[in-house]
Design a binder for this molecule. Structure first.
Ligand code: NAD
Ligand code: MG
Length: 297
């Protein structure tokens, strides 16, 4: 059976998963992707890298967050996963898989674009896990728009609320709970460096997340808290089929990368594990690109 350690040709890995045109209503479900994404359910093997740790993962129901939850649990961490109420079915599936690892998994539905709900999330996670030492800010919103003059003010606002404000509110609320050794991991994007013409608002939030990460890493480094970011390239998740891209572009999604294909959420999880674990003890303020080989600064 293949694991994340199996020697493979990365260009042909996942040749069995196509990214056919697909369309769902926001926030979308992994359960309803026509071509199911790989969250590492069958492949991720843990080796105790996060034993005894306590993690909060936003957007942990699907996609990159869900693969991270499964990996964290198999590495021995208790996990609280945050998601939107309509994603209950995805959240329950991921929680059930994660619990098979024998760890505590807490389900915390809520809308993080609302300040009170974002802050309450941190208190709930601390209460249910008995503390917190890993924070993964991963929830995200991406809606394409071809002409700035038609980009609704409300969308611009919502994209910044979910991608930037929620990260700020949650991190601010979490800092008082994080002991030395804790790790914060934000989710940025290749869009921070190579913005698409149709993702002006989204790409702007992702550049902000990179700067936030590097600034905060300097501020809290003396307290023994490390702050890093993961920058995914094109990854097959519900985000893309809920107007993250025009539906006719989904068929070619990821094919222009040097590896010639879209990534799968399972391929992102090891980056989060590395940055969460003490093995990255001298890494802070870094952005780890996992993007199929696209050049970055
Ligand atoms: P996804 O749809 O599986 O995950 C995004 C999650 O964000 C959703 O599951 C949802 O729970 C959460 N979310 C959205 N709005 C929310 C709100 N108002 N309140 C609470 N939660 C909310 O898609 P994904 O691709 O796994 O996205 C995870 C992260 O990865 C995002 O930050 C995204 O910007 C980033 N990213 C994705 C790609 C890609 O190609 N898929 C590329 C670069 C970066
Ligand atoms: Mg989801």
């Amino acid at each position: 059976m293949r694991t994340q350690y199996t020697f493979v040709d990365p260009t042909t890995l996942y040749a069995d998963i196509s990214t056919r045109p697909d369309d769902q209503t926001e926030p979308g479900l992994d359960a309803e992707l026509r071509d199911r994404a790989d969250l590492g359910e069958e492949t991720y093997v843990g080796t105790g890298r996060l034993k005894g740790r306590k993690a909060l993962v936003t957007g942990g129901d699907s996609g990159i967050g869900a693969a991270t939850v499964i990996a964290f649990a198999r590495e021995g961490a208790d996990v609280a996963l945050a998601y939107l109420p309509p994603e209950q079915v995805d959240a329950e599936r991921v929680a059930a898989i994660a619990r098979e690892a024998g760890v505590v998994v807490a389900l915390l539905p809520g809308d993080l674009s609302v300040h009170a709900e974002a802050v309450a999330l941190v208190d709930d996670a601390v209460a249910q896990l008995g503390g917190l030492d890993i924070l993964v800010n991963n929830a995200g919103k991406q809606i394409y728009n071809e002409d700035l003059t038609t980009l609704p003010d409300e969308q611009f606002d919502d994209t910044f609320k979910v991608n930037v404000y929620a990260m700020f509110w949650i991190t601010k609320a979490a800092l008082g709970h994080l002991p030395p050794g804790s790790t914060i991991i934000n989710t940025t994007s290749v869009q921070a460096y190579s913005p698409s013409d149709i993702l002006v608002d989204y790409a702007s939030t992702k550049a902000t997340i990179n700067a936030f990460t590097k600034a905060l890493a300097q501020q809290v480094g003396p307290k023994g808290i490390r702050v890093n970011a993961v920058a995914p390239g094109p990854v097959w998740t519900p985000l893309q089929v809920t107007d993250g891209q025009p539906s006719d572009a989904i068929g070619e999604f990821g094919q222009s990368t040097p590896l010639g294909r879209a990534g799968q959420p399972a391929e992102l999880a090891p980056a989060y594990v590395f940055l969460a674990s003490a093995e990255s003890s001298y890494v802070s303020g870094e952005t780890l690109n996992v993007n199929g080989g696209m050049p970055t600064p």
